[in-house]
Design a protein. Sequence first.
Length: 350
Amino acid sequence: MDKSKSTFVVAIWLATIFPMLFFVLFWSYDSFAPALGIKEVLVFLGAAHVPATLLFYRDPRFRSGLAENKMLFYVIPVVLTLVGALVFALSPLLLQGVFLCGYWCWQSYHYGKQNIGVYAFTSVATSGKSTDPSSKQLFVLLAWVSVFGTLKVLGRSAMPEEYHTYFNMAHGLGLVLYLGLVAYAVVIFIRNRMSLFSVNGVMFITLVAFFGPLYFTDTIEGAFLSYAIAHGVQYLVFMAIIASGTEKDGQASLWLNIGWFVLIVVGVGMIFVMPNRLAGSEFYTGDMARFTIDLAVGAVLGATMAHFLIDAYTWKLSNPTSRTYILQRFKFLFAKPAPAASKAPAEAAE
């Protein structure tokens, strides 16, 4: 495995495992000031990964290829942002809760689906082969099963108490299904003769454990932020590669691309996270202030749902247009190693 591939694999694994371990263990040092600072940075990055989708739009290959689907890449994001803002702001509290619960279930599934791509890219980088069908099926099922557990963790804050029993029942069912999938993962691990110390083996185990904190921890940090932030940082690794790609096409300097990456992630990210901060602050008082903040929160939710749809299309390699784009931007992963030079005649004769 060459340096570019190994750097990518290490980066994507650290992006996954560090937030998971940090938030699962956070209860043990939640009064430690440096840890609180790290938490703030990670939570920001977890939210700011969504506007990083804008980096696609300044990539000339994206605009000339995938953007032929103008409905998905231009119309739907605007519509979802506006509709999300109006629906959320104009809904009574119960309907706002239903809106949020539906959003959180979709979000959890979206997190799980990204892991299919993470494992596929890791597999290609390390072995030159795509994900085997059983492993892909496993990660799809893990994505679906995560939906069962998410409302017990997040839905309680948005829905009346009479709904909590159903959330607990769904969580219990999800736990049983998750344990069944862990057993299935063990079978796949043995059948594929993976090594505990191989890159693929370590990544496989990490991704199978991805939603484990949802069922085995009690804090919001462990049961939600652990994998939610891991998802966001994973995405930033992918988008950093997308952002640097235009330099290779001679369209812009590498430093300019890095500047745009930082500007979008940090600058737009700060705008993106502000509504949720305001909703939990002293400013969320008075009818006009509440309505304005709810409009902003709903707009962020709508824009995030557009991000779900754009990602589902852009990273789907079974789609020919997407495949052409992704293979070009990540060609360092898919490129086969050059054959070893043949021995010189004198060496061969020895």
